[in-house]
Design a binder for this molecule. Structure first.
Ligand SMILES: [Fe+2]
Length: 213
């Protein structure tokens, strides 16, 4: 038995996808191709804040739980310094975006959100590609299923199920979702059915009626 990395992989995909969509949306708002009334601005700011919180939590759990697991299992085979440096660079950027999102909720001027959101999207693309390329084979080879479960539980516990779970469904390909449903059992299907409607409503408010959710 090897650790099942699918949930992590889709979480990474959702982070990258949503930050890029928000960077593009901010650009369109600034260019006047879209507009935001107060309700939409509040929803956008809320999603930006929730996403930043989720990204911070995810990489904090990598630092505090996953890295020690990998170091213990793989020892000298892996050097985590570059990935840790990326995590330290992310934090001030996430804080900046949070501040700009709060300002946007009242000003509805997205001009100060474009650059930091685009930078975050670029950083995440690079960081996550590197992380998966470097660490996924190491995790599969050296980390026990029990240790991997501990990592996944830690990530899940501090997350926001209302934000995280429907985005897994949104970003998983059909065959991946089928695999996750099989692994997680009926609880996943029940939670998804409870959370799906609210998520889709918020996504339509944020990204417009054609939002892929
Ligand atoms: Fe990371």
């Amino acid at each position: 038995m090897t650790p099942e990395l699918l949930g992590f992989q889709i979480t990474h995909r959702a982070m990258r996808g949503d930050v890029r969509r928000l960077a593009d949306l901010a650009t369109e708002l600034v260019e006047g191709r879209q507009s935001a009334d107060p309700a939409r601005a509040t929803a956008i700011a809320g999603f930006v804040t929730a996403l930043c919180k989720g990204i911070h939590h995810h990489h904090t759990m990598e630092d505090q739980v996953l890295w020690p697991v990998i170091e213990r299992a793989a020892g000298a085979e892996v050097d985590l310094r570059d990935l840790s440096d990326d995590h330290s660079e992310l934090d001030p950027l996430l804080a900046e975006i949070n501040g700009q999102a709060a300002a946007f909720a009242t000003s509805r001027d997205a001009s100060t959100l474009v650059a930091p959101l685009t930078r975050l999207a670029d950083m995440l693309d690079e960081h996550i590609e590197e992380e998966e390329r470097l660490l996924f084979p190491i995790i599969r080879k050296y980390v026990s299923v029990a240790d991997w479960k501990r990592v996944e539980d830690a990530v899940r516990k501090g997350g926001d199920v209302r934000v995280d779970l429907p985005r897994i469904e949104q970003y998983a390909r059909p065959e991946e979702l089928a695999r996750l449903r099989k692994l997680a059992g009926p609880v996943l299907a029940l939670l998804l059915s409870l959370l799906r409607g609210g998520h889709r409503r918020r996504q339509r408010l944020i990204f417009g009626p054609l939002a892929a959710a």
